[in-house]
Design a protein around this ligand. Structure first.
Ligand code: NAI
Length: 187
């Protein structure tokens, strides 16, 4: 959003405009930004291009990240075909599966590798982020392999809670839960 404004040559943005766009209270926005130093000027707002750069730095989104994906099924294939991740600095570099009919085939020029070799490849390429898109019963085993290979952040789509040691972050995405939340607001 900030980048679009920057491209459109809008030089500043106020905390109340940011609040309108994000739904976050403008006081909270000013307070949060103040933790990271002086961004804006009272009555003028925040310089858009500087704010975008600083936020990218804080969120570490100015870095490029390689990702390993486990499970080249419906969800995994959709991720591999989606072009939007690379624009945000994320590249699915490695894909693993245990289906012998899929191993060795390619999806969008990425070869599917055997899950048994995951740990070795992760270590070699120093990959720190993984996506789990395997059935629930295999998710823990796959997560353990990812962690053993050096992965420290996992986005888990399998409907199961993953046990993990300290120093590993797991984010569980469940679209059904998000839909249930939306249904709640219908009444
Ligand atoms: P799918 O059956 O199409 O794909 C799963 C893939 O994982 C297959 O290619 C299979 O060969 C592979 N696989 C199975 N065991 C493996 C193992 N031990 N190691 C490596 N690969 C293995 O399933 P789909 O539809 O892509 O769903 C994937 C996961 O995402 C499932 O756990 C499903 O329940 C979950 N899901 C989650 C949603 C969410 O909102 N979080 C929405 C839809 C599905």
């Amino acid at each position: 959003m900030l980048e679009t404004r920057d491209r459109n040559k809008l030089s500043t943005i106020s905390s109340s405009k940011l609040s309108e766009i994000t739904g976050i209270n403008s006081y909270q926005i000013r307070k949060d930004f103040s933790y990271f130093g002086e961004f804006g000027k009272r009555g003028i707002g925040y310089p858009v291009s500087e704010l975008a750069k600083k936020l990218k730095k804080i969120m570490k989104s100015n870095k490029k990240w390689d990702i390993a994906l486990a499970g080249a099924g419906n969800i995994g294939t959709a991720f591999l075909r989606y072009k939007g991740f690379s624009k945000r600095g994320f590249t699915i570099r490695l894909v693993f599966d245990n289906d012998i009919l899929k191993i060795g085939t390619e999806i969008d020029n990425i070869k599917i590798l055997p899950i048994q070799e995951m740990e070795e490849h992760l270590k070699k390429q120093k990959i720190k982020i993984g996506i789990i898109a395997v059935p629930a019963q295999s998710a823990q085993e796959v997560a353990d392999k990812m962690i053993a290979g050096g992965v420290r952040s996992i986005l888990n789509f399998a409907p199961v809670s993953i046990r993990h040691s300290q120093g590993v972050s797991i984010k569980h995405i469940d679209i059904a839960i998000e839909l249930e939340k939306l249904v709640y607001y219908l009444f």
